[in-house]
Structures are given as C-alpha cells and as structure tokens.
Design a binder for this molecule. Structure first.
Ligand code: IPM
Ligand code: MN
Length: 375
C-alpha cells in the first residue's frame, strides 16, 4: 500500500442522499477543509480502473476541491502478487477514511487465475457489508443519441441483503446427489431503510415518483415484506407518486418508456440486473456511475463506476472515463461539495450535448481533459 497525499476535487448533484446533507467526517476528528480536505481512499484496482480514476481525480482538482488521497493496492493483480484479498488491517484503515473511490477490480474475462467469486465476495461485497453501504444508488440520464434520450431516473438498489447475503450452501458436491441452495435474506430493518432512502430521494427531485420493482407474484415471502414496507413508508410521503412493477415487466417498460421513471427501488439482485440494462439504454455502461452509500455516515461510503476492469482495452486509451468522473462527482456531493459536484455533472452533460466524442471515440485522457476544461 502506498501513501500519496495529493489533493483534488470534483462535484455533482446526482444522487444526493436526501436524509443528511452535510459532511460529517466518518472518523471523527480531522479530515475537513481545515486540515486539507476530506480523506479519500483511492483503489484503482485492475485493468482500466487506474486510468479512469486518474481522469476522475483530474476533474475533481479542476473543480477546485482538495482531497487528501491515499492509494490502496487491492484487486486481482494484488491478489496474484500477494495472496491477499482484503486484509483485516486494510479494512480497518479504510474505516478511517471519509470516502472510497474505486476504479474496477477483477481478472481478465476467462482467466482462471483468480477463483470466481473470490474478489467479488472477499473485496467488493465485503466492503459493502462491513461498511454497511446499504444503498447502491445509480442515476441514469439518457444523452442525445442513446436508446433512451431524455430519461432521467435513479435506481436505489438494496446493497447488503437479498440473494447477495451469502445464505445457503452445498451438500454432496460433485456427486449426482449434489444439493445447492442460495437463499434471499430480507429483513424489515434492511428493506425499510432502503425504501426510506428512495422516498426521501424522490421527494427532493423534480419528478416526485417512486416505483417498487420486485417479483411479488412468485417470491411471495420476500415480496410481501417489500410491498408492505413500501406501502407503509409511502403513507408518510403523500406528495410522492408511487408505482409497482414486476421485474420482468419493468425490463419491457424500461426499454419502451424509460421516461416514466423517477426513482426505482428494488432488491439487490434485481437492482444489479436492472442497472446494467439501464446503463445500456442511457448511452452505455461507460457512462454509468454508482454510489455505495452508508447514509447513516457511521463510516465511509464507496463510489465506483458500474463497469468492470475491461482488461481487453486497458492501456489503449479507449476506456471512457465518464462513469468514473460521474462517480467522483457523486462522492463530492456526499462530502458536502455540492457546488463542485454539480459543476462536474453539468460539464459531463454539456460534453455529451455539444460534442460527438463517442462517434470516433476520444481517448480516455482527451475526454478527461475536455471535462476538466469545462470546469
Ligand atoms: C455491480 C457488480 C457487482 C455486483 C459484482 C462485481 C459483485 O456487478 O456492482 O453491479 O454484482 O453487485
Ligand atoms: Mn452488476
């Protein structure tokens, strides 16, 4: 792990957590402007991760925000070199940061050097669970030329429960009598805090609307808990319009009428799938940003592009840094740098509107420079 205090910033209004707007250092003392800006852990990771984060940090600096960054060496390459996935001691250090910015982690597709699921469960999901990042917020805006131009919605994905919780196991593995179960864990507490976040978010948006997406007709136990919780919380938000769709139908409506959505709230696995679809509809996964939020601010939140490590284009300059730049903007917003966050997001939107950077794609650095140049 290397220390590299430098300092830079960015901004945006996307995905503003509604309940608590002000910046509170996660770790208590220090870390604010007085001592050099928020402390941010930078996990570049694998493949294109470090390249896209470099552009994100460039834009943060151009927006005039100073960060105290620390680089953390984690991911597939680090695992292959050291055998470490996420040492306890590293996790404890991360708890003391104000935010975490992550590029991408994972081995090349098809590589068997890293066992499937090891980094997902041991690093990314462990961070989500251990840091109680219970909301995965993924905003989508459809730029001109995308399948859903004009779409403007956010998915609030429950991020610590559901089928991701790891409930289940295998018996008699490798025999004809093998049994594998993988349960879905849904708690009233976990569902309610996620649904509450979605309503609070919707209340602050121009279009005050929340759709619950589930599969209540088949997943009757979990669906019942989600539907009742949604109805209970909706009662406290008379100004927010509500809707419900089964997840399969939501896939059709998202493709045909993405503009009907304001906020979608959904379970962990449905949210994973729907947000890849939403990314493809709104200009591609290269634009999709995400915030893994601990809205209670008992520790740092984690910001990362939705895309993966894309080893096939690493080092070629072909990676689109906009998802990372937008994720950094969400981080700035969470850290209380609302004005800077908004300017970064506006710079990205104006680049999309005024240029055809995507037709003959500009290089990673050219896109980053262009956004930074608009700040
Ligand atoms: C995502 C990713 C992760 C997920 C994987 C890498 C564990 O697909 O952030 O959407 O399934 O949540
Ligand atoms: Mn995913």
């Amino acid at each position: 792990m290397t220390e590299s205090p430098n300092g830079q910033t960015a901004e945006t209004s996307l995905g503003r957590p509604a309940p608590d707007e002000s910046f509170h250092p996660a770790s208590g003392a220090g870390g604010t402007a007085a001592s050099g800006g928020p402390r941010v852990a930078v996990i570049g990771g694998d493949g294109i991760g470090p390249e896209v984060l470099a552009e994100a940090l460039k834009c943060v600096a151009a927006a005039g925000v100073h960060l105290q960054t620390t680089d953390y060496d984690l991911g597939a390459d680090h695992y292959l070199a050291t055998g470490e996935v996420l040492p306890d001691e590293t996790l404890e250090r991360l708890r003391g940061e104000d935010a975490i910015l992550l590029g991408a982690v994972g081995p090349p597709i098809g590589s068997t050097a890293v066992p499937s699921g090891l980094l997902e469960r041991g690093l990314l999901l462990r961070l989500r669970f251990e840091l109680d990042l219970y909301v995965n917020l993924r905003p989508f805006t459809g730029p001109p030329g995308s399948i859903a131009p004009g779409a403007d919605f956010a998915v609030v994905r429950e991020n610590t429960e559901g089928p991701y919780a790891g409930e289940g196991g295998a018996l008699r593995r490798g025999t004809p009598y093998e049994v594998a179960t993988q349960g879905s864990v849904n708690t009233r507490h976990g569902v309610e805090r996620c649904v509450r976040f979605a309503f609070a978010l919707a209340e602050g948006r121009t279009r005050r609307q929340v759709t619950l997406v589930h599969k209540t007709n088949v997943l009757t136990f979990a669906g019942d808990l989600w539907a009742r919780t949604f109805a209970d919380v909706a009662g406290e938000y008379p100004d927010v319009e509500t809707g419900y769709q089964h997840v399969d139908a939501a896939c059709i409506y998202l493709v045909e009428r993405a503009d009907r959505y304001g906020v979608i709230v959904t379970d962990n696995l449905f949210g994973d799938i729907l947000t890849d679809l939403a990314g493809a509809l709104t200009g591609g996964i290269g634009l999709a940003a995400s915030a893994n939020l601990n809205p209670a601010r008992t520790g740092p939140s984690l910001f990362e592009p939705v895309h993966g490590a894309a080893h096939d284009i690493a080092g070629t300059g072909a990676a689109n840094p906009l998802a990372a730049i937008r994720s950094a903007a969400m981080m700035l917003d969470h850290l209380g740098e609302r004005d800077a966050a908004e300017r970064v997001e506006k710079a990205v939107l104006s680049l999309q509107a005024d240029t055809d950077y995507w037709k003959e794609p500009w290089s990673t650095a050219k896109v980053g420079d262009a956004v930074a140049g608009r700040l």
